[in-house]
Design a protein around this ligand. Sequence first.
Ligand SMILES: [Cu+2]
Length: 179
Amino acid sequence: MQETAWVASTIAIVVLAAIFVWVITRSRMESEYAPIQNSGYVWRKRLFLLLVIAGIPLMGATLMNLPYTASAAVSDDALHVEAKGFQWYWEISASEAQVGQPVVFHVTSADVNHGFGIYDESMRLIAQTQAMPGYTNELVHVFNTPGTYQILCLEFCGVAHHQMKALFRVVAANDGEEV
Ligand SMILES: [Cu+2]
């Protein structure tokens, strides 16, 4: 599905770009328009160039830091957890992980859309994704603090939505290493 969306987007972008190129090649020379030599336009051009020159390396340096790429870098010791939302409970294949261990939650739903939200002990939302029927979202998270986390539903899914609660424990790593 994502592959299809990617191909469709790429085709649309190429078609749009071709239209832009076609319009540019058919446009008249700049000199045929009213004089545009005032300093406002000159500065606009310079600022645009500056934005392009500064923006491309900035984008290249920061784009890979998006959380969406995290799943590509999951190490072999990662814990894989199947999580399935039901009206109105969670079915989760594991309920414990170690501090520092990457956890890959494979999140889906058996019925309607749910929201898979992980809360720490102070009820702060630390990670979330959608639980959708017929599709599995991967959520990668590394827990840095031991404790009992709660998994709550983030999307109103019916009368007992508020009861969709599961516990997930995070324990200190076995090797006694201080984290
Ligand atoms: Cu819900």
